[in-house]
Design a protein around this ligand. Structure first.
Ligand SMILES: Nc1ncnc2c1ncn2[C@@H]1O[C@H](COP(=O)(O)OP(=O)(O)OP(=O)(O)O)[C@@H](O)[C@H]1O
Length: 264
């Protein structure tokens, strides 16, 4: 009988990471403790350079911690990566301009060696999930920035990961497009039951999307506050006007202010 997946998807304990650079060591993360449970939507928020991307990359096994421990789905990040536990969505859509949207989404599936029929089925299903049905034969440059990001989300989902790692995916988009994509992302999350880790600079975005907000302080990156949101999981943008939403946003803002050294 297959084992049921562990309830804790990410378990980070006393984790630190120092980069060795030509100018000497740079401590990017310091004594991070963090737990993420299955099905949560967790945002990392903090000032530029506080280590949000580095922490996401440690989860994805793209960086190795210098101290402490981390488990992803109960195993090492290396094993989780080999099990294709996560899909990664970057700041820029990073689609190949010479491939159509469908062929971009199919790329990881080709690498996995799936049959053509299975590839086609997954491409269709995941493009449908991000509302891009009908755009299969277009090239990335024929799509708006928001549509390109949706295609890159479909590509990340196509490997059927438990965990979606998103590094400021909507940071470069205008506010109206970003609002729309935030609503779509919540619907997608509800439909797919994924665990999402989402890096952002935006307080409203973090509060709107998350069940848990991790407020980080500047270098060396530490966890300053972890806010568990009591907003209902099903939300529309109107929730941003409610006292509960504003109270959480206030706490995030205070956390960012308290953690900031104002050195620069
Ligand atoms: N490969 C690397 N080598 C050396 N230093 C690095 C490397 N990657 C990141 N850093 C440094 O580690 C710190 C944390 O960087 P990181 O990109 O994780 O921050 P961030 O919070 O994601 O920033 P931003 O919001 O601007 O994307 C920064 O000081 C950065 O310069």
């Amino acid at each position: 009988m297959p084992q049921s997946p562990p309830a804790t998807v990410i378990d980070v304990r006393d984790l630190s990471l120092t980069f060795q650079t030509a100018d000497g060591p740079v401590q990017a993360l310091s004594h991070i403790d963090l737990k993420v449970d299955r099905g949560e939507f967790v945002s990392f928020i903090g000032p530029s350079g506080c280590g949000k991307t580095t922490l996401l990359r440690v989860i994805a096994d793209l960086e190795q911690p210098t101290a402490g421990s981390i488990l992803v789905n109960g195993v090492s990040p290396d094993e989780a990566r080999r099990n294709r536990a996560y899909g990664y969505v970057f700041q820029a859509a990073a689609l190949y301009p010479w491939r159509t949207i469908a062929r971009n989404v199919a790329l990881p599936l080709e690498i996995m060696g799936l049959s053509k029929a299975e590839q086609a089925e997954r491409v269709k299903r995941n493009l449908d999930l991000v509302n891009l049905t009908g755009f299969e034969r277009k090239y990335p440059w024929q799509l708006s920035g928001g549509m390109q990001q949706r295609a890159s989300i479909a590509r990340a989902l196509s490997v059927e990961p438990d965990l979606l790692l998103m590094d400021e995916p909507f940071g470069a988009l205008d506010e109206i497009v970003r609002d729309h994509l935030n609503e779509q992302l919540l619907k997608l999350w509800a439909k797919t039951n994924k665990t999402v880790i989402f890096v952002t600079h935006s307080i409203p975005e973090a509060v709107f999307l998350s069940t848990k907000i991790v407020v980080m302080s500047p270098r060396p990156g530490r966890v300053h506050d972890v806010i568990v949101s009591d907003l209902p999981r099903e939300r529309t943008l109107d929730i941003r006007e409610t006292p509960d939403f504003l109270a959480i946003a206030h706490r995030v803002r205070e956390g960012l202010r308290a953690g900031h050294s104002y050195e620069d």
